[in-house]
Design a protein around this ligand. Structure first.
Ligand code: AMP
Ligand code: MG
Length: 485
């Protein structure tokens, strides 16, 4: 491997938790080609983008040529999928290459998705198609730009191999970077082995990597549960404030770190509707926009169950501690959301709670009843704070209601600069994402590259980009996304 790529890939997960790590190799990629390379992230990781484009880089990013000492593993995990328990999921088409230390001294996982079948593949082919991998790339970059904790995308490479889905599609491998890939499902798997020492090792590994302060607490494992609950409470509140629907919040898709992971059937809501669902298989609306806090709490209950033997000697005492953590989740979530919404309305801090929540609720009702696009509704309200209410009025049918609301809101002297920092202009709108992925699948990467560039700076309005700030045309229809792509 060339000196510019002589990266030190550690194997902490594999060596500390061998019961959860199955050494495995990526499959050959017949004709690897870089489709997307995140140069800013490469720099953060101390990797030379030019070298990543060279032969060793292509080898690294497909998992086929690895630095000496690297021990790629498929990670074991379990998970509740749409409420049903699957005891053995694991990386069916993914590999953890190892961890590296970034420029700020943080440990980051380098992980491949689409790198071939592993013993966890069950009926799957172990592969991924170009479209869904570029989708994860653009969605995760958008989330990062929006300031939401997320896994990152370092690169997408075409493999040169076709994959069979409903049609034949070009295959790809995504290189994902995360602060770890520990999931609620990792704890479920460890707990199911009945090996308490393994569970304790996993919990201590999670504390060291994500919540070092918990190690000094009187009860480190209680502190771990509380810290995960806090991180997830804040994460889901941020999703709601941005109109994000994850779409497949199975326990194997919920991280211990509090980073958003697994951009499968996710999408940003346009017209405000709490029941919004995008996933083709989510018929009951389990993972609908407005249901996400409840589901996150349900998932945390599954995490808490696994931790019971570590929380207290006595089972009843352990259950009481777990229940407390779960109610702490709800309180924290509600508080973060209740602070975030008035900020999006530019309301001054310290405003009477009842006035703030009353105005917020009435605003949401206006958006809902009038089917206003979530993102443009808030952003045009920022323009109203600067004296131009016409763009907003153009989105609303019930002008009497909105004018009455605006008058009361204006009297509070809303902070337009705060609104510009909390209300994005650009999100990866579903019709634009589809357009970019269709073009990329057909060989034209230009629309994808433009979209990535736009969503990386979501709060900064730029002229010429109006198209990216506009909801889907009516003929785009109801948007549906698919899992297991
Ligand atoms: P996901 O829907 O991506 O969260 O994946 C759920 C589970 O299915 C994980 O265990 C994946 O590794 C596995 N999986 C998804 N797609 C494939 C595939 N094409 N081949 C093998 N395993 C897969
Ligand atoms: Mg997953």
């Amino acid at each position: 491997m060339s000196t510019s790529l002589a990266l030190l890939l550690g194997n902490r997960f594999a060596s500390e938790l061998p019961e959860l790590a199955l050494p495995w190799q990526a499959e050959e990629a017949p004709a690897p080609q870089v489709l997307a390379l995140n140069e800013a992230l490469a720099a953060e990781l101390g990797l030379d983008p030019e070298a990543l484009r060279g032969p060793d880089g292509l080898g690294l990013l497909t998992g086929t040529v690895l630095p000496t000492g690297a021990t790629p593993v498929a990670q074991a995990y379990a998970g509740h999928q749409f409420g049903g328990y699957a005891p053995r999921l694991g990386d069916g088409r993914a590999l953890l290459l190892g961890e590296l230390t970034d420029g700020e001294g943080r440990l980051r996982d380098v992980h491949l998705k689409g790198s071939g079948r592993t013993p966890f593949a069950r009926g799957g082919d172990g592969r991924a198609a170009v479209g869904p991998m570029l989708r994860e790339y653009v969605m995760s970059e958008a989330m990062h730009g929006l300031g939401v904790p997320t896994t990152r995308s370092l690169a997408v490479l075409a493999t040169g191999r076709d994959v069979q889905r409903e049609t034949v599609l070009p295959g790809a491998v995504l290189t994902r970077v995360a602060s770890s890939h520990l999931r609620v499902g990792t704890f479920q798997f460890a707990a199911s082995t009945g090996d308490l020492a393994l569970l304790r090792r996993l919990a201590d590994h999670a504390i060291e990597r994500h919540y070092p302060a918990a190690a000094a607490a009187e009860h480190p494992h209680r502190a771990l549960l509380d810290a995960v609950a806090t991180a997830q409470a804040d994460l889901v509140a941020q999703w709601l404030l941005l109109g994000f629907v994850h779409g497949v919040m199975n326990t194997d898709n919920m991280t211990i770190s509090g980073e958003t992971i697994d951009y499968g059937p996710c999408a940003f809501m346009e017209a405000y509707e709490p029941a919004t669902v995008f996933s083709s298989i989510d018929r009951g609306g389990r993972y609908a926009y407005g249901n996400q806090p409840l589901i996150a709490q349900w998932n945390l209950a599954r995490l808490a169950e696994t931790l019971l033997p570590l929380l207290a000697e006595d089972q009843d005492a352990a259950v009481a501690i777990a229940m407390e953590a779960l109610s702490g989740f709800r309180q924290r979530h509600d508080a973060t959301y209740a602070a975030g919404l008035p900020a999006k309305l530019g309301l001054p801090a310290g405003l009477d709670d009842e006035i703030a929540s009353g105005l917020s609720e009435e605003w949401l009702k206006i958006l809902h009843v009038n089917h206003v696009d979530w993102t443009s509704g808030f952003r045009t309200l920022g323009a109203a704070a600067r004296g131009d209410a016409e763009p907003l009025r153009g989105l609303v049918l019930d002008l009497v209601a909105v004018d009455e609301w605006l008058a009361r809101w204006q009297a509070l002297d809303p902070d337009a600069a705060l609104m510009d920092r909390t209300n994005p202009v650009y999100i990866p709108r579903n019709h634009l994402v589809e357009e970019a992925l269709d073009a990329a699948t057909a060989g034209d990467l230009a629309p994808f590259e433009r979209l990535v560039d736009v969503v990386r700076h979501p709060y900064e309005e730029r002229s010429g980009l109006e198209r990216y700030a506009t909801p889907a045309p009516d003929d785009f229809g109801h948007y549906v996304t698919y899992c297991g792509t």
